[in-house]
Design a protein around this ligand. Structure first.
Ligand code: C2E
Ligand code: CA
Ligand code: CA
Ligand code: CA
Length: 274
């Protein structure tokens, strides 16, 4: 038994070594990823649950590395954050999305909102709002069509984040709270801040067929009473869709409507649903 225990110990060490090795490789490669043009963006439709039309999209980052292949954001975003690379990459995302927004606008493809995920590290950067302002100005896009998705954790430093949110409001950019319900903020606290939208976390939508209805109903009705736009994320089947529509949740997003797709596919989807 002792020997077995020792073997198991070795087995774990090998696994951990392999994990470290991969993290190390990712770190080496991710430094060059921007220069090598390995990042791209995909877009997932946001659907108005009353009209079934595409009213917006969320941009999502993708990384295809020359050696490691496609790596998921869940794996590489934390590494971008730890290395501080999320700042230049985040700027690249905002620039690319702005150029895309301008192009859609020129094609007459009307989206009420294009939303972009913003990491807490990026949001805390003292130049964040000033840089964003420059990017939007250069691309000639109306800031009111851009929405930034931040998580409840980003708001932990209350004074600093309240000031930033007001600067963003002055700039005309909208803000949504992503993964809502998984953090610690209360709706009454959020109501004191200039926030436009709540995105109900996928885990609650997953639980709709079990005991998730009460939580989802509460978020929808309180959110609506406090005049937030409410979006349900991770809708995967028609039961979830029908239920959220019946509860008059404003918008939905999920594989049931569409997976995240390239920008030209958004154009096809948009015109096919007109
Ligand atoms: P998120 O912001 O909560 O994004 C939603 C994630 O759920 C996306 O995964 C999306 O592809 C996935 N999703 C959407 N609908 C469904 C569905 O019906 N079922 C299931 N199972 N999944 C669905 P993705 O693209 O892998 O991104 C994961 C996370 O990585 C994001 O979660 C976000 O936290 C982060 N991320 C992605 N792109 C960016 C970015 O540009 N900047 C930053 N800072 N973070 C990003
Ligand atoms: Ca998001
Ligand atoms: Ca989310
Ligand atoms: Ca999430």
């Amino acid at each position: 038994a002792k020997k077995q225990g020792r073997n198991q110990f070795h087995f774990h060490t090998d696994n951990q070594e392999r994990e470290l090795e991969r993290t190390y490789q990712i770190e080496l490669e991710i430094h060059e990823a921007l220069e090598r043009n390995e990042f791209s963006l995909v877009y997932q439709p946001l659907i108005n649950l009353r009209t079934n039309k595409i009213v917006g999209v969320e941009s999502l980052l993708r990384w295809d590395n020359r050696l490691l292949g496609r790596i998921s954001p869940a794996e590489f975003i934390p590494i971008l954050e730890e290395t501080g690379l999320i700042i230049p990459v985040g700027k690249w995302i905002l620039q690319s999305v702005s150029i895309q927004m301008k192009s859609w606008q020129e094609q007459g493809l009307f989206l009420q909102r294009v939303s972009v995920n913003v990491s807490p590290i990026q949001f805390q950067d003292p130049y964040f709002v000033a840089d964003l302002k420059k990017i939007l100005h250069k691309a000639e896009v109306d800031p009111s069509y851009l929405e930034l998705e931040i998580t409840e954790g980003t708001l932990l430093d209350i004074d600093d984040s309240a000031k930033k949110l007001h600067d963003l409001q002055d700039l005309g950019v909208k803000v949504s709270i992503d993964d809502f319900g998984t953090g610690y903020s209360s709706l009454s606290y959020l109501k004191q801040l200039p926030i436009d939208t709540l995105k109900i976390d996928k885990s609650f939508i997953d639980d709709l067929d079990r005991d998730g209805k009460i939580i989802v109903n509460t978020i929808i009705s309180m959110g609506k009473n406090l005049q937030f736009r409410v979006i349900a994320e991770g809708i995967e089947n028609s039961d979830q869709f029908k239920y959220l529509k019946q509860q008059q949740c404003h918008e939905g997003q999920g594989y049931f409507f569409s997976r995240p797709v390239e920008s030209d596919k958004i154009e096809e989807l948009y015109y096919s649903l007109q």
